[in-house]
Design a protein around this ligand. Structure first.
Ligand code: COA
Length: 160
């Protein structure tokens, strides 16, 4: 890590280009034109309309190096879009982002947080297990809605 100090703060609109670039590197599906429902600009716009106070970025000086989104529906919290710049991994930034999101959920009264990890991403499961997350005895079901439903049959499985 550089000597710059790591900070975590709320996402701002001016972060958009840096967040999209980070996600395109961290989440290969965002680069797949066959999966137009994974549109990072739409994801950001939707989050700005729904609990924008739970969208966080990590910065090292002026450089954006991480993201995480959280949500609380009054029953459970959820985490999405955790990503750390490939050159800055294994330095504790992901841990800091999750701790920040968890603290925000706790402050809202959230008793439990859930998240989904693609079964192929064993290293991400190892990350979450290192932070105390454990697999629940459930299967994850999902269904795309409205205009996004037509993308379902054409796509391989995806988390969230
Ligand atoms: C998952 C991710 C966010 C982790 O971020 P990070 O900043 O590297 O994580 P940390 O440095 O806080 O790691 C904390 C601990 O988690 C575990 N861990 C992290 N990455 C790991 C890996 N690739 N393999 C095994 N364990 C890992 C380790 O125990 C690590 O502690 P250590 O470095 O002292 O051994 C990052 O790898 C990433 O952005 N991946 C691509 C995007 C992605 O798949 N996101 C998750 C979507 S569900």
């Amino acid at each position: 890590m550089t000597t710059a100090t790591l900070s975590i703060r709320r996402f701002e609109a001016s972060d958009t280009d840096a967040v999209v670039a980070l996600w395109q590197e961290a989440f290969p599906e965002y680069r797949e034109v066959t999966r137009p429902h994974r549109n990072p600009h739409l994801s950001i716009a939707n989050k700005m309309a729904t609990q924008p106070e739970l969208f966080f970025v990590a910065t090292l000086g002026e450089r954006l190096v991480g993201t995480v989104m959280a949500g609380y529906d009054g029953h459970r919290g959820w985490l999405y879009s955790l990503a750390v710049d490939g050159s800055q991994r294994r330095l504790g930034i992901g841990t800091r982002l999750i701790a920040h999101a968890e603290a925000a959920l706790v402050a809202m009264g959230c008793p439990k947080v859930n998240l989904q990890v693609l079964t192929a991403k064993q290293e991400v499961r190892a990350f979450y297990e290192a932070l105390g997350y454990r697999a629940d005895a459930v299967i994850s079901l999902g269904k795309r809605l409205g205009e996004h439903a037509s993308a379902e049959s054409a796509s391989p499985p995806s988390a969230a």
